[in-house]
Design a protein around this ligand. Structure first.
Ligand SMILES: Cc1ncc(COP(=O)(O)O)c(C=O)c1O
Length: 408
């Protein structure tokens, strides 16, 4: 874990640029001394709009499975269920949640080190395709499916030798715990075929997160399709699924956004082999914009030349800026009331560092961002907090109240 990069006096966002419903939600809750604002606000319409836009841009052969790990708040899944083709799940809890949203919903499961209890739960909850990440997992899926008296559809997750994609995290094209190296795939195919309860349907490749380059992403999808078709042909395999993973990014700073229309146009030139389903598993792209993390300033203090705003929350609620080394901009929403008889600390025209309430200097959400005014009782609002926010934090450390979650 590192501190987020210094903003170098980049100005904070203007609260006037936040949607009116965010401001209303924050200001109507602010100023209550018994319940400091501390949690996430979600605009479901924004998630639905992203899903609609993605589906409209992709060719008809592309199926979209929302990666539940990005945000597993049930209302988000309810909002998306009619606008995506299914859900990508990684745990028994995610699978049960997805299944509860709409009975019979299509699911695909991924994740390294799947245990026998997990695979048993995935088979039981009706996950359509299980992406296996090792030979041992193949044996375990076989055992779980045999015990359930059925066959399980399985795709082999491949870690390609080379991946020409940028992005914030790499899961493929490098040594990693994910999937099987390309060179190990032939043996895995042979093993899968020898297992009576395994129905080998294809391949899964999820190599990168937060890629903003649409042309490179289209080349990657082309590579996934070509490689899968070639490998299936070489091994006389009946290819039915190519899962190209997630990884479409969202700009957190001044980068250009992912060019969805260009991506769609490039994909429209591809022709997946007949009878092959092509699955996309976007998480961040669908839900980042729908979420706002809002935390009330509990104190403002100066130390060693730095002005700190301490908030009710921090990395116990919102860890992405620290763990991803992100320059995540925020706005300060002023709250008029200060219902106390003692003075209200504050600062004007300063470079502000926003920290949380945990007993570690790592609990830092933003550094050196220029603000015109900050006072105890105001609320710091981070947009672009709908993905890997609530789920990706460390809520138990120190035992402060968890982040709230509400809809706007
Ligand atoms: C297997 C798999 N699929 C999909 C995703 C979603 O990725 P993203 O949110 O970058 O689209 C992830 C994220 O780590 C993943 O591990």
């Amino acid at each position: 874990m590192q501190l987020p990069p210094s903003a170098g006096d980049l100005p904070a966002l203007d609260p006037a640029d936040l949607p009116a419903k965010v401001i209303d939600a924050v200001t109507s809750r602010g100023g209550d001394p018994d319940h400091p604002v501390s949690g996430y606000f979600y605009d479901l319409a924004a998630a639905v709009e992203r899903a609609r836009g993605l589906k409209a841009a992709l060719p008809p052969w592309a199926e979209v499975y929302y990666a539940v790990k990005a945000n597993s708040y049930a209302p988000v899944l309810h909002a998306l269920v009619g606008h995506v083709d299914g859900f990508e799940v990684a745990s028994a809890r995610e699978a049960e949640l997805a299944a509860s949203i709409r009975p019979g919903v299509k699911m695909v499961a991924s994740g390294p080190g799947k245990s026998l209890p997990l695979l048993t739960a995935l088979v039981r909850t009706g996950v359509g395709t299980i992406n296996v990440e090792s030979r041992l997992e193949l044996h375990r899926v076989n055992a779980a499916a045999m015990a359930a008296g059925r066959r399980a559809a399985v795709a082999i997750r491949v870690n390609p030798q080379h991946v020409e994609l940028g992005g914030s995290l790499r899961m493929g094209g490098t040594a990693s715990q994910f999937g099987l190296p390309e060179a190990a795939v032939p043996d895995a195919i042979a093993l899968a075929r020898s297992l009576p309860a395994v129905d080998l349907v294809g391949f899964h490749i999820h190599a990168v997160c937060n890629n903003l380059d649409a042309e490179a992403h289209a080349r990657y999808v082309r590579w996934c399709l070509d490689w899968s078709a070639r490998t299936a042909h070489t091994h006389a395999m009946d290819l039915r699924v190519v899962d190209v993973g997630g990884g479409i990014g969202v700009p957190f700073g001044t980068e250009d956004p992912f060019d969805l229309h260009r991506f769609g146009a490039l994909l429209a030139e591809l022709r997946p082999p007949d009878g092959v389903r092509v699955l996309f598993e976007p998480g961040r792209y669908l839900v980042t914009e729908c979420g706002y993390y809002a935390a009330e300033v509990t104190d403002v203090k100066a130390s060693g030349g730095t002005i700190f705003a301490v908030v009710r929350g921090g990395i116990n609620h919102f860890q992405i800026p620290t763990s991803w080394d992100l320059l995540h901009r925020f706005a300060i929403v002023p709250i008029g009331s200060w219902p106390h008889s003692y003075p209200r600390p504050g600062a004007e025209d300063v470079s502000l560092t926003v920290v949380g309430e945990l007993c570690t200097p790592e609990d830092t959400l933003a550094r050196d961002m220029k603000v015109t005014r900050v006072r105890a009782g105001d609320v710091v609002v981070f947009p672009l907090a709908g993905s890997y926010g609530y789920e990706f934090a460390m809520p138990e450390f120190l035992g402060h109240p968890p982040a709230t979650r509400s809809l706007i």
